[in-house]
Design a protein around this ligand. Structure first.
Ligand SMILES: [Zn+2]
Length: 82
């Protein structure tokens, strides 16, 4: 078994986004947009996804803390040593 998780989706590697459930197109959406928007539109098939805040409250909470963490990392990046 030499599976090296090659097929695993890139999570925090690339631009944030999620695959469209309809056409599979990678919808690029920032976490902040995701947290603020009620709807996400797929630019390819124009599918409108409703962000179900009640159902995804926990995930959104996690995303929010992650978003804050990422913000902190960004801030650290900008603080150049010296
Ligand atoms: Zn789509």
């Amino acid at each position: 078994m030499n599976d090296e998780h090659r097929n695993e989706p890139e999570m925090l590697n690339d631009a944030p986004g999620m695959p469209c459930p309809e056409c599979g197109f990678r919808i690029r959406i920032g976490m902040r947009d995701l947290l603020r928007s009620r709807y996400i539109n797929c630019p390819k098939c124009l599918l409108q996804l409703e962000v179900d805040r009640e159902k995804s409250a926990r995930s959104l909470e996690l995303l929010q803390s992650l978003s804050v963490a990422l913000d902190n990392i960004e801030e650290l990046k900008h603080q150049k040593p010296g």
